[in-house]
Ligand binder design. Structure first.
Ligand SMILES: [Zn+2]
Ligand SMILES: [Zn+2]
Length: 265
């Protein structure tokens, strides 16, 4: 059995949002406290893959008691998915190895620029605490290997950038996109998914993310057995969204919350 741990289920600001007095940000319900969106996969063969390195990564990996990482997969270059990349350093130290960071060519190009002290070509000799030992491995849409695990990668539109969604086993993960291309939805419907993890940033439409109606349409097209909504902002109260999905007939669907553990084959 493979597992996916939800390290964070929140939008780019996290929830609560700094300085916000709205009733969701002030909520005492732990399900309404969302770190930045990222997940951790442990495969049936024991491979450990972190998906996105959010700015909250250190506290997320401590909370999930992660002690080993074999590889990272970066869905796209936005700050809420990359700016915790230095938190991979301890694994490079403990494991005494360079870790592969898998991403699309578009994302790799941006990571080389943003993190030139890690991925640049003219690195200075390391003094002091050192830098993360990471190397980029680019994939294209379609089949890709992460460690020795088979993934299928999808290009998803996300405002000015292209984000990567993926399928591993009977689970698909589609965060940070404002629509699901028809061909991708059809491929996932035919895959008869056990689990679909999908973007649902807020009730209204959004320029770079899925609003409730877009998410609902995708669920109707893809027809996964179970679905978990992710990348939620402070417009969503966890219980209200859960009830709305049931009222709309999506009995296998629910908002995710930080710390959730999903099992899939
Ligand atoms: Zn994001
Ligand atoms: Zn994004």
């Amino acid at each position: 059995m493979n597992t996916l741990t939800v390290l964070g289920s929140g939008t780019s600001t996290g929830v609560p949002i700094l300085g916000c007095n709205c009733h969701i940000c002030q909520s005492t319900n732990p399900a309404n406290k969302r770190l930045r969106t990222s997940v951790f996969l442990t495969t049936a063969r024991g491979k450990k893959i972190v998906v996105d390195t959010s700015p909250d990564l250190r506290s997320q990996l401590l909370r999930a008691d992660v002690r080993h990482v074999d590889a990272a997969l970066i869905t796209h270059d936005h700050a809420d998915h990359t700016h915790g990349i230095d938190d991979l350093r301890p694994f490079c130290f403990h494991q005494n190895q360079s870790l592969p960071v898998h991403c699309s060519a578009e994302t790799a190009q941006s990571l080389r620029r943003k993190f030139d002290y890690i991925f640049g070509t003219n690195l200075r000799p390391v003094i002091g605490g050192g830098i993360p030992r990471l190397h980029l491995q680019e994939f294209h849409s379609g089949a890709a290997l992460i460690t020795d695990e088979k993934f299928t990668m999808f290009s998803l539109p996300h405002g000015y950038v292209t984000s990567t969604g993926f399928m591993h086993g009977k689970l698909a993960y589609l965060t940070d996109c404002h629509s699901i291309p028809t061909a991708v939805a059809e491929q996932l419907r035919q895959a008869d998914l056990e689990w679909l993890i999908i973007d649902c940033v807020k009730p209204e439409p959004h320029d770079t993310h899925m609003g409730y109606e877009q998410t609902r349409t995708a669920l109707e097209q893809i027809k996964p057995r179970r679905a978990g909504l992710i990348h939620m902002g402070h417009e969503w109260d966890h219980e209200v969204l859960a009830e709305r999905l049931i009222k709309d007939g999506f009995h296998g669907a629910a908002p995710l919350k930080d710390g959730d553990l999903i099992r899939y084959s």
